[in-house]
Design a binder for this molecule. Structure first.
Ligand SMILES: [Fe+2]
Length: 294
C-alpha cells in the first residue's frame, strides 16, 4: 500500500455551454467524430466509446463563445471516492451534490469547485454502453483538458495535494502535466497565464491515419488549424488542433499519447523541461522556431 493518496482514475467528460447547440453538435460530429446520443433543445450528450458521454453540451444562446462549466473524473471504487470526499472536506472545500442529470448516470459521486471556479465532478460507476458507436473516424477517448490560469499555484495544490493527481512533467515553472490512476501521461494540464480558460480538449484518435483524415476535413471546411502537426515531447503524441470558439476550446486530435507502466506510475520523477518550442514540438528546427503555432 503506497503512502500517497490515490487520485481519480481518469477523465470522463466535460460540460460546455455553447451559443448554438445544433451547430456545435454538427461541428463535433463532422470534425471531432463525436456521436450524438440523448438530446433535446437544452442539452446534448455526445460520446466516442462505451462511456455514456465525453462531452455534454448545454444550450446558452446568450453566449457568443463557449463556456467551460464542468469536468468529470471517474473514481475507481467506493473506497477511493470516500477518501477523496474526506480529503476535499479536510482541505476546507465544500462538497456539493452532482448535477441532477449526472445523479441518475452513476452510482455515487460529488462535486467540488476548483480554485478557478470550475465544477469538478467525481463519479463512481458511470453508466456505459455495451458497444461503441458505429465507426466513423471516431476518437478512442477523451484524454485531457488543458487549462490556463492566473491561479497556477493554487490550482496545482488543489489537484496534486487534495485530489491526488501526480505530476508527470513540468515545463519550467510554467506548465504542469498531471496524471490520474489510469496512467495516461496527463489527464489535466495547467499553464500559468494572466486569465483562466479551458485552452484545449484532447482526444486520442488511435491512429495517425485518423489524425490526418480529420486534419483534411478541417482544411476542407476551412476550420482554423491552430497548431498544425506537432510531436509533443511530454506525452510523445503527434497531434493537430482545430479551433472555432463558438464550438468549444481548441480540439486536439492525437495519436500515441504516452501511458506510464504500473511501475513507472509508482517511481516516475517528473522532468522539468526547458521552455522551448522544441519541447512542444520536437520537430521544430531551433529554439526560436515558433512556426508550429500559426
Ligand atoms: Fe494537449
Amino acid at each position: 500500500m503506497r503512502a500517497t493518496p490515490r487520485g481519480p482514475d481518469g477523465v470522463a467528460y466535460v460540460r460546455l455551454a455553447v451559443p448554438n447547440l445544433a451547430q456545435t453538435i454538427e461541428f463535433l460530429d463532422f470534425h471531432v467524430g463525436l456521436a450524438l446520443e440523448e438530446h433535446d433543445d437544452t442539452h446534448a450528450y455526445l460520446r466516442v466509446g462505451l462511456e455514456h458521454h465525453s462531452v455534454e453540451l448545454v444550450a446558452a444562446p446568450e453566449l457568443e463563445q463557449f463556456r467551460y462549466d464542468a469536468v468529470g473524473y471517474h473514481v475507481a471504487n467506493a473506497t477511493d471516492l470516500a477518501d477523496l470526499r474526506e480529503r476535499v472536506t479536510a482541505a476546507g472545500h465544500e462538497v456539493h451534490p452532482l448535477q441532477d442529470r449526472m445523479k441518475s448516470l452513476c452510482q455515487d459521486g460529488f462535486a467540488v469547485t476548483d480554485p478557478n471556479g470550475t465544477t469538478v465532478e467525481l463519479v463512481l460507476d458511470m453508466v456505459e454502453y455495451a458497444e461503441t458507436p458505429w465507426p466513423d473516424l471516431r476518437p478512442e477517448t477523451l484524454v485531457h483538458p488543458f487549462v490556463v490560469t492566473d491561479r497556477y499555484e493554487e490550482t496545482l495544490h488543489f489537484y496534486l495535494d487534495v485530489l491526488g493527481f501526480r505530476a508527470s512533467d513540468y515545463v519550467e515553472d510554467f506548465t504542469a502535466f498531471l496524471r490520474c490512476e489510469d496512467r495516461y501521461h496527463h489527464s489535466l494540464a495547467v499553464r500559468r497565464a494572466d486569465r483562466y480558460a479551458l485552452e484545449h480538449l484532447c482526444f486520442i484518435m488511435g491512429s495517425m491515419d485518423g489524425v490526418m483524415r480529420r486534419r483534411a476535413r478541417a482544411q476542407y471546411k476551412q476550420v482554423a488549424i491552430l497548431g498544425d502537426v506537432v510531436n509533443h515531447s511530454a506525452s510523445t503524441s503527434i497531434a493537430f488542433y482545430l479551433y472555432d470558439p463558438k464550438h468549444g476550446p481548441r480540439y486536439e486530435l492525437c495519436d500515441g499519447h504516452r501511458v506510464l507502466t504500473p511501475e513507472e506510475h509508482e517511481t516516475h520523477r517528473p522532468r522539468r523541461l526547458k521552455r522551448d518550442p522544441r519541447n512542444i514540438d520536437v520537430w521544430r528546427a531551433a529554439a526560436d522556431d515558433r512556426t508550429w503555432a500559426h
